[in-house]
Design a protein around this ligand. Structure first.
Ligand SMILES: [Zn+2]
Length: 272
């Protein structure tokens, strides 16, 4: 990790993005000027993590939970902060939102990888690689990425299955999603999750797109699938309601910029 960064940095504390009031909500993707950080927080360590799209570095810093924010600063839940960025910027991943997502993911990972998971020694940063290494047993630890599927199911009448998860905002319907299990293909995850959550069988599973989603460390993999049998039977645990919807009679949908909304919009636009 480089620490000699002259430009500004993303500043995090727990799950919040910390900003001076001089940066308004619509510009939350702008790094905080370095002198502002130093004036208010002293010698907080600024890391520069390698960018993945256009090279260069993404500077970021992590404030410990016990630090109170001085007047003129605010914290915005990072997940909510992304909704303030233009939707297409979030979906693209290579722009400001992508840099913010990567910074948040890496800061969280560093916070949670202080000690070796094998022998308990204190990890060190590995030079020239985004990894931590244990100086005693040489165990490497890389940023954790957990693949999760999200799937748009279409039936033979052209309707799409949308479901209300108990954690959603009331009235919002979205796609079936779930984590990949160890030893499972992504296609098998699609089949299993759909069967578990809404009791349907699906086929013709096709991969469409992906989106990093570090809350806490997911990679969302978007699929489409065709209804192949069964009637809707919600699990009642995660999914409270699920229905087939026509394009012209839709419920409230998830936010723009999410991979679910991207897939739903493809279907609404007639591309699927
Ligand atoms: Zn170790």
């Amino acid at each position: 990790m480089y620490t000699n960064v002259s430009q500004g940095a993303y500043l995090f504390q727990g799950n919040t993005l910390v900003l001076p009031d001089s940066i308004p909500d619509p510009r939350i993707y702008e790094p905080v000027p370095r002198d502002r950080i130093q004036d208010s927080f002293g010698d907080v360590e600024i890391l520069a993590i390698p960018g993945v799209y256009k090279g260069g570095y993404i500077p970021c810093a992590d404030l410990t939970p016990d630090r109170a924010l001085p007047p003129g600063w605010r914290g915005i839940n990072t997940r909510r902060a992304l909704s303030l960025i233009a939707a297409d910027a979030v979906a693209d991943g290579s722009g400001p939102a992508g840099r913010l997502l990567r910074a948040y993911h890496i800061v969280q990972w560093r916070r949670e990888s202080v000690f070796c998971g094998s022998c308990g020694s204190r990890n060190e940063d590995k030079p020239h690689e985004l990894a931590r290494i244990c100086p005693v047993c040489s165990r490497h630890e890389y940023p954790r990425i957990s693949p999760a599927i999200i799937v748009l199911i279409i039936n033979n009448r052209g309707k799409a299955l949308l479901a209300h998860n108990k954690n959603f905002t009331p009235g919002v319907y979205s796609l079936i999603a779930g984590f990949n299990e160890a030893g499972e293909t992504l296609e098998a995850t699609v089949v299993r999750e759909v069967r578990e959550e809404v009791g349907l069988e699906v086929g013709h599973i096709r991969y469409m797109t992906s989106q990093p989603w570090p809350f806490p460390n997911s990679l969302m993999l978007g699929f489409i699938a065709r209804h192949a049998g069964g009637a809707i039977k919600v699990d009642g645990v995660e999914i409270e309601d699920a229905r087939w919807f026509d394009r012209d009679r839709l419920p409230d949908l998830p936010g723009k910029g999410s991979v679910s909304r991207y897939l739903i919009n493809l279907w609404i636009g007639g591309a699927l």
